[in-house]
Design a protein around this ligand. Structure first.
Ligand SMILES: [Zn+2]
Length: 433
C-alpha cells in the first residue's frame, strides 16, 4: 500500500496542478517585480511587466537567472522580503568565488520541510521509524532539510550529522535506525565498514535510505542496496531552491517526482536557451512559485536530464525527472569528447569494482589525459602482476566502449583512496587552460 504525506497534493489531477502553477506564478512574478529590483531590471530589459505573464504558457518569456547572477547579487540582491521577516540562511558548499546565500522565512522553511517529509513517506517512512540523518548539519541544506522532514513525519530523529563512522554504526545498531539519510558515497562507505565488521545485511536494522547531494549511478544503487539490505531512494535539490526535496523517488525507483505545487520545471537547450519539447534531454530550469524570501524565477541548474509525465505506478501525478547525468560543470571535455564521471562509475561497478575511484585529468604536451584510479576489492587484491595487468586492460576496453576514448586505468590497493563523509571528490582536473 503506497502511502503519501500530502495525498491531496501529491496525487492531484494534472488540471489541478496546472491551476495551482498558473495562479502562483502570476502572484510570484508580481512579488518579485515589486521586491527584487535585480530581477525587475532584467524584466524591463526584455520589455516585460507582470501583466505579460498570465500563466505557465508565458513562462518562457521571463529572463533566466544563473549562478553568475547569484554571485553578482550576493548577499542581498535576490532577497524579496525584509530581513526582519527572515529566520534562517543556508549556503552552498562552493569552493570557488562567493558562496550562494539563500534566505528563508518561517513559511519557506515549513514548505521545504513538507517536501522532505513527502520524500521520507515515499521511502516508506512512518512515525514508527527511526531516521538517522547523517548529512552534514549547518550551512549545508542536507542535514537541516531531512531533519525537519523527519520531525514532520514523526520519526524518531537521530541528528548524527556526518562523520565519526564508528558512532554512526553504533547508533544504527543500538537505536535500531530504520532509515538512513546521507550522501550515496557515504552510504557506500558505511556499508563497506559494516561488511568489514562482519555484519551481514540481516544484522543491520536499516530498511531504507534517502541519498542525494551528488550524482550516483544505478550500479552504485544496487551495490548499496545489497550491502546494507535496504531500498535506496534518490532525492534531489539545490540550496538555491530550498535544499533537498525539490524532487524525490517513490517505490517505482525510476525517476524523481518534482514537487510541482512549489516548483515549475522546464528543460532548455543549454546553448540557445530555447525550451525543449517534453521528453527531450537538456538543462533543467526551475521556477520557485511559493518561496517568499528567495524566490528564483527560471533558475538554470546546469543539471542535464529529461522529464516524463508517464503515469507512475505509485499513484503520484507530479512530473518525474530522470536522474541527472551530472551537472554541466561536472562534465569533463576530454579531447573534445563529453565525459560524465557517472559514466565511468557505471563501467567500474559493472566490472565488480567498489565505488572508490578517482578521475585524474591532465594535459601533457597539449593532449588531454584521463587516468582512472580504482581500488581493488580485498578479494581481487594480488601481487600477480599479470593478473593486475589483465584486469587493467579489461577496464580500459570497458571505458573505451562507454566513452569512445582511451583512458589509462591504474588499479590501487584496497583502502588507498581517501573516503569522504560528505560529497566525494571524484575528479581532479590538473589542466591549466
Ligand atoms: Zn511514483
Amino acid at each position: 500500500m503506497e502511502r503519501y504525506y500530502q495525498p491531496e497534493i501529491e496525487c492531484a489531477s494534472r488540471e489541478q496542478i496546472k491551476a495551482w502553477q498558473d495562479e502562483r506564478l502570476v502572484k510570484q512574478v508580481q512579488h518579485v517585480w515589486e521586491h527584487m529590483p535585480y530581477y525587475r531590471k532584467k524584466m524591463e530589459a526584455k520589455g516585460l511587466t507582470p501583466a505579460d505573464i498570465k500563466g505557465t504558457e508565458d513562462l518562457y518569456k521571463l529572463p533566466f537567472l544563473s549562478k553568475a547572477d547569484l554571485r553578482e547579487a550576493y548577499p542581498y540582491g535576490l532577497l524579496a522580503k525584509p530581513l526582519k521577516d527572515c529566520v534562517r540562511i543556508q549556503s552552498t558548499s562552493g569552493t570557488t568565488g562567493k558562496r550562494v546565500v539563500a534566505f528563508y522565512t518561517q513559511h519557506d522553511i515549513d514548505l521545504w520541510e513538507d517536501c522532505c517529509a513527502r520524500a521520507i513517506v515515499a521511502a516508506g517512512g512512518t512515525d514508527e521509524d527511526v531516521c538517522q540523518v547523517s548529512y552534514g548539519y549547518g550551512l549545508f541544506t542536507g542535514g537541516p532539510g531531512l531533519n525537519g522532514g523527519s520531525h514532520k513525519v514523526g520519526c524518531l530523529t537521530i541528528p548524527t550529522s556526518s562523520g565519526n563512522t564508528e558512532r554512526q554504526i553504533m547508533f544504527i545498531r543500538d537505536l535500531n535506525a530504520t532509515i538512513l539519510c546521507c550522501t550515496p558515497s557515504y552510504a557506500a562507505y558505511l556499508g563497506e565498514t559494516m561488511k568489514e565488521m562482519g555484519l551481514t545485511p540481516d544484522q543491520i536494522p536499516l530498511k531504507a535510505g534517502i541519498f542525494g547531494a551528488e550524482a550516483w549511478s544505478e550500479e552504485m544503487r544496487q551495490d548499496i542496496q545489497n550491502t546494507l539490505g535496504i531500498k535506496a531512494y534518490d532525492i534531489y535539490g539545490l540550496t538555491e531552491l530550498s535544499g533537498p526535496g525539490v524532487s524525490f523517488e517513490c517505490s517505482a525507483q525510476s525517476g524523481m517526482h518534482i514537487n510541482e505545487d512549489h516548483f515549475i520545471a522546464e528543460i532548455i537547450d543549454p546553448d540557445t536557451g530555447e525550451v525543449l519539447p517534453e521528453g527531450a534531454q537538456g538543462e533543467l530550469v526551475f521556477t520557485s512559485i511559493t518561496k517568499e524570501a528567495f524566490p528564483l524565477l527560471r533558475y538554470r541548474t546546469r543539471d542535464i536530464c529529461s522529464l516524463s509525465r508517464e503515469k507512475c505506478s505509485c499513484g503520484r501525478t507530479h512530473v518525474k525527472m530522470v536522474k541527472p547525468k551530472g551537472r554541466t560543470d561536472d562534465m569533463l571535455i576530454i579531447r573534445g569528447v563529453n565525459v560524465f564521471p557517472s559514466q565511468i562509475e557505471t563501467v567500474l561497478l559493472n566490472h565488480g569494482y567498489p565505488a572508490n575511484y578517482q578521475i585524474i585529468v591532465d594535459r601533457v604536451k597539449s593532449t588531454d589525459t584521463l587516468d582512472v584510479q580504482v581500488e581493488m576489492t580485498p578479494e581481487m587484491f594480488t601481487d600477480n602482476l599479470g593478473e593486475v595487468s589483465r584486469r587493467q586492460t579489461e577496464l580500459v576496453e570497458g571505458l573505451r566502449s562507454m566513452l569512445g576514448l582511451a583512458a589509462k586505468v591504474t588499479l590501487v590497493a584496497p583502502k588507498s583512496i581517501v573516503r569522504s563523509e560528505g560529497k566525494a571528490v571524484r575528479v581532479i582536473d590538473r589542466r591549466k587552460i
